[in-house]
Design a protein around this ligand. Structure first.
Ligand code: COA
Length: 182
Protein backbone atom coordinates (compact mmCIF):
# COMPACT_ATOMS: atom_id res chain seq x y z
CA UNK A 1 0.00 0.00 0.00
CA UNK A 2 1.28 3.48 -0.87
CA UNK A 3 2.12 5.62 2.15
CA UNK A 4 2.63 9.13 0.82
CA UNK A 5 3.86 11.83 3.18
CA UNK A 6 3.24 15.37 1.98
CA UNK A 7 4.28 17.03 5.25
CA UNK A 8 7.18 18.57 3.34
CA UNK A 9 5.65 19.85 0.09
CA UNK A 10 7.51 18.55 -3.00
CA UNK A 11 8.01 21.73 -5.02
CA UNK A 12 8.96 21.07 -8.66
CA UNK A 13 10.93 23.16 -11.14
CA UNK A 14 10.93 22.70 -14.90
CA UNK A 15 12.62 24.82 -17.56
CA UNK A 16 9.96 27.55 -17.43
CA UNK A 17 7.76 26.63 -14.49
CA UNK A 18 7.56 26.49 -10.75
CA UNK A 19 5.05 23.97 -9.41
CA UNK A 20 4.41 25.06 -5.84
CA UNK A 21 1.93 24.64 -3.04
CA UNK A 22 -1.43 26.38 -3.44
CA UNK A 23 -2.23 28.90 -0.72
CA UNK A 24 -5.27 30.98 0.19
CA UNK A 25 -3.65 33.92 -1.61
CA UNK A 26 -4.32 32.06 -4.88
CA UNK A 27 -8.10 32.40 -4.46
CA UNK A 28 -8.57 35.22 -7.05
CA UNK A 29 -6.70 33.24 -9.74
CA UNK A 30 -8.53 30.04 -8.84
CA UNK A 31 -11.80 31.94 -9.20
CA UNK A 32 -10.64 33.31 -12.57
CA UNK A 33 -9.85 29.75 -13.76
CA UNK A 34 -12.84 27.91 -12.38
CA UNK A 35 -15.37 30.52 -13.53
CA UNK A 36 -13.98 30.69 -17.08
CA UNK A 37 -16.28 28.91 -19.52
CA UNK A 38 -13.41 28.10 -21.93
CA UNK A 39 -11.53 26.36 -19.12
CA UNK A 40 -14.58 24.61 -17.70
CA UNK A 41 -16.20 23.61 -21.03
CA UNK A 42 -15.31 19.91 -20.67
CA UNK A 43 -15.12 19.80 -16.89
CA UNK A 44 -18.42 18.55 -15.59
CA UNK A 45 -18.20 20.27 -12.23
CA UNK A 46 -19.90 23.30 -10.73
CA UNK A 47 -18.33 26.58 -11.82
CA UNK A 48 -16.93 28.85 -9.15
CA UNK A 49 -18.95 32.05 -8.83
CA UNK A 50 -17.50 33.80 -5.81
CA UNK A 51 -14.19 34.15 -4.03
CA UNK A 52 -15.70 31.98 -1.31
CA UNK A 53 -16.19 29.14 -3.84
CA UNK A 54 -12.50 29.43 -4.72
CA UNK A 55 -11.57 29.36 -1.03
CA UNK A 56 -13.67 26.24 -0.50
CA UNK A 57 -11.83 24.61 -3.41
CA UNK A 58 -8.44 25.59 -1.95
CA UNK A 59 -9.45 24.31 1.48
CA UNK A 60 -10.40 20.97 -0.06
CA UNK A 61 -6.96 20.76 -1.70
CA UNK A 62 -5.18 21.66 1.54
CA UNK A 63 -7.21 19.17 3.55
CA UNK A 64 -6.43 16.44 1.05
CA UNK A 65 -2.73 17.35 1.25
CA UNK A 66 -2.70 17.42 5.06
CA UNK A 67 -4.30 13.99 5.22
CA UNK A 68 -2.04 12.59 2.44
CA UNK A 69 -5.07 11.77 0.30
CA UNK A 70 -4.00 13.78 -2.74
CA UNK A 71 -1.64 16.47 -3.99
CA UNK A 72 -2.24 19.43 -6.28
CA UNK A 73 0.40 21.89 -7.42
CA UNK A 74 -0.10 25.53 -8.42
CA UNK A 75 1.53 26.16 -11.79
CA UNK A 76 3.42 29.46 -12.01
CA UNK A 77 5.96 30.90 -14.42
CA UNK A 78 9.37 30.99 -12.73
CA UNK A 79 9.65 34.76 -13.20
CA UNK A 80 6.22 35.32 -11.57
CA UNK A 81 6.16 32.65 -8.84
CA UNK A 82 3.27 34.23 -6.97
CA UNK A 83 0.85 34.24 -9.91
CA UNK A 84 -1.00 30.96 -10.30
CA UNK A 85 -1.67 30.27 -13.99
CA UNK A 86 -2.98 26.74 -13.59
CA UNK A 87 -3.19 23.65 -11.45
CA UNK A 88 -2.11 20.05 -11.84
CA UNK A 89 -2.28 17.20 -9.41
CA UNK A 90 -3.05 13.70 -8.27
CA UNK A 91 -6.31 14.74 -6.69
CA UNK A 92 -7.33 11.11 -6.00
CA UNK A 93 -4.81 8.58 -4.74
CA UNK A 94 -5.88 4.94 -4.84
CA UNK A 95 -3.24 3.83 -2.38
CA UNK A 96 -3.96 0.12 -2.33
CA UNK A 97 -3.41 -0.06 -6.09
CA UNK A 98 -0.44 2.33 -6.29
CA UNK A 99 -2.59 4.33 -8.69
CA UNK A 100 -3.69 7.96 -8.93
CA UNK A 101 -6.06 10.07 -10.97
CA UNK A 102 -4.53 13.16 -12.50
CA UNK A 103 -6.25 16.45 -13.32
CA UNK A 104 -5.04 19.78 -14.70
CA UNK A 105 -6.19 23.14 -16.01
CA UNK A 106 -4.50 26.23 -17.37
CA UNK A 107 -5.43 29.88 -17.83
CA UNK A 108 -6.28 30.35 -21.56
CA UNK A 109 -3.78 33.24 -21.82
CA UNK A 110 -1.11 30.52 -21.64
CA UNK A 111 -2.61 27.82 -23.87
CA UNK A 112 -0.74 26.32 -26.83
CA UNK A 113 2.75 27.15 -25.57
CA UNK A 114 3.59 23.65 -24.35
CA UNK A 115 3.17 24.69 -20.73
CA UNK A 116 0.90 21.88 -19.60
CA UNK A 117 2.97 19.32 -21.46
CA UNK A 118 6.04 20.58 -19.58
CA UNK A 119 4.22 20.37 -16.24
CA UNK A 120 2.60 17.02 -16.96
CA UNK A 121 5.81 15.25 -17.97
CA UNK A 122 7.49 16.33 -14.74
CA UNK A 123 4.50 15.47 -12.56
CA UNK A 124 4.40 12.01 -14.15
CA UNK A 125 8.11 11.58 -13.38
CA UNK A 126 7.56 12.60 -9.75
CA UNK A 127 4.52 10.32 -9.56
CA UNK A 128 6.42 7.24 -10.66
CA UNK A 129 9.83 7.95 -9.12
CA UNK A 130 9.02 9.70 -5.84
CA UNK A 131 5.41 8.85 -5.03
CA UNK A 132 5.99 5.27 -6.21
CA UNK A 133 2.84 5.07 -8.30
CA UNK A 134 2.44 2.09 -10.59
CA UNK A 135 -0.18 3.66 -12.84
CA UNK A 136 -1.88 6.98 -13.49
CA UNK A 137 -5.37 7.44 -14.87
CA UNK A 138 -7.17 10.43 -16.35
CA UNK A 139 -10.92 10.76 -16.88
CA UNK A 140 -11.86 13.15 -19.63
CA UNK A 141 -14.90 14.28 -21.54
CA UNK A 142 -14.38 12.57 -24.95
CA UNK A 143 -14.92 15.93 -26.68
CA UNK A 144 -11.87 17.41 -24.96
CA UNK A 145 -9.42 17.19 -27.86
CA UNK A 146 -6.75 19.27 -26.11
CA UNK A 147 -6.74 17.01 -23.09
CA UNK A 148 -6.75 13.83 -25.20
CA UNK A 149 -3.84 15.15 -27.23
CA UNK A 150 -1.74 16.11 -24.24
CA UNK A 151 -2.36 12.72 -22.62
CA UNK A 152 -1.45 10.64 -25.67
CA UNK A 153 1.60 12.87 -26.16
CA UNK A 154 2.66 11.94 -22.63
CA UNK A 155 2.34 8.21 -23.27
CA UNK A 156 -1.20 7.60 -22.03
CA UNK A 157 -3.50 5.24 -23.92
CA UNK A 158 -7.25 5.27 -23.97
CA UNK A 159 -8.54 2.18 -22.18
CA UNK A 160 -12.26 2.81 -21.93
CA UNK A 161 -15.17 4.85 -23.10
CA UNK A 162 -18.05 4.79 -20.66
CA UNK A 163 -21.38 5.82 -22.11
CA UNK A 164 -23.51 8.25 -20.12
CA UNK A 165 -21.91 7.21 -16.81
CA UNK A 166 -21.75 10.75 -15.39
CA UNK A 167 -24.76 12.88 -14.47
CA UNK A 168 -24.22 16.64 -14.44
CA UNK A 169 -26.52 19.60 -14.96
CA UNK A 170 -29.47 17.43 -15.90
CA UNK A 171 -27.74 15.31 -18.57
CA UNK A 172 -25.80 12.06 -18.67
CA UNK A 173 -22.27 12.49 -20.06
CA UNK A 174 -19.72 10.05 -21.50
CA UNK A 175 -16.25 9.57 -20.00
CA UNK A 176 -13.04 8.48 -21.75
CA UNK A 177 -10.49 6.87 -19.45
CA UNK A 178 -6.81 7.10 -20.26
CA UNK A 179 -3.97 5.53 -18.36
CA UNK A 180 -0.22 5.17 -18.31
CA UNK A 181 1.73 2.43 -16.58
CA UNK A 182 5.10 3.03 -14.98
C1 COA B 1 -5.88 20.82 -21.77
C2 COA B 1 -4.95 22.01 -21.48
C3 COA B 1 -4.44 21.90 -20.06
C4 COA B 1 -3.78 21.98 -22.48
O1 COA B 1 -2.81 22.93 -22.06
P1 COA B 1 -1.75 23.59 -23.05
O2 COA B 1 -0.63 24.12 -22.22
O3 COA B 1 -2.44 24.54 -23.96
O4 COA B 1 -1.25 22.33 -23.89
P2 COA B 1 0.16 22.23 -24.57
O5 COA B 1 0.49 23.54 -25.26
O6 COA B 1 1.17 21.72 -23.59
O7 COA B 1 -0.10 21.16 -25.71
C5 COA B 1 0.19 19.78 -25.53
C6 COA B 1 -0.23 19.06 -26.78
O8 COA B 1 -1.64 19.12 -26.92
C7 COA B 1 -1.98 19.68 -28.21
N1 COA B 1 -3.14 20.53 -28.04
C8 COA B 1 -3.28 21.59 -27.22
N2 COA B 1 -4.50 22.15 -27.38
C9 COA B 1 -5.14 21.40 -28.33
C10 COA B 1 -6.43 21.45 -28.91
N3 COA B 1 -7.32 22.40 -28.56
N4 COA B 1 -6.77 20.50 -29.81
C11 COA B 1 -5.89 19.54 -30.17
N5 COA B 1 -4.64 19.43 -29.65
C12 COA B 1 -4.28 20.36 -28.73
C13 COA B 1 -0.77 20.49 -28.61
O9 COA B 1 -0.70 20.62 -30.00
C14 COA B 1 0.35 19.66 -28.06
O10 COA B 1 0.65 18.59 -28.93
P3 COA B 1 2.19 18.26 -29.31
O11 COA B 1 2.83 17.82 -28.01
O12 COA B 1 2.05 17.17 -30.30
O13 COA B 1 2.77 19.53 -29.82
C15 COA B 1 -5.72 23.35 -21.65
O14 COA B 1 -6.31 23.37 -22.94
C16 COA B 1 -6.80 23.56 -20.61
O15 COA B 1 -6.53 24.06 -19.51
N6 COA B 1 -8.05 23.20 -20.94
C17 COA B 1 -9.17 23.42 -20.01
C18 COA B 1 -9.12 22.56 -18.79
C19 COA B 1 -9.23 21.10 -19.14
O16 COA B 1 -10.00 20.70 -20.02
N7 COA B 1 -8.49 20.29 -18.38
C20 COA B 1 -8.48 18.84 -18.56
C21 COA B 1 -9.63 18.22 -17.87
S1 COA B 1 -9.56 16.46 -18.06
Amino acid sequence: MLQPDFSSFPEIKTVRLLLRQITKKDAPEILRLRSNEDVMRYIDKERAATIMDAEVFINRILKSLNTNEGITWAIALKEYPETLIGTIGYWRLIKEHYRAEIGYMLNPNHWNKGIMKEALLKVIEVGFNDLKLHSIEAHINPGNAASASILTGAGFVQEAHFKENFFFNGTFRDTAIYSRLQ
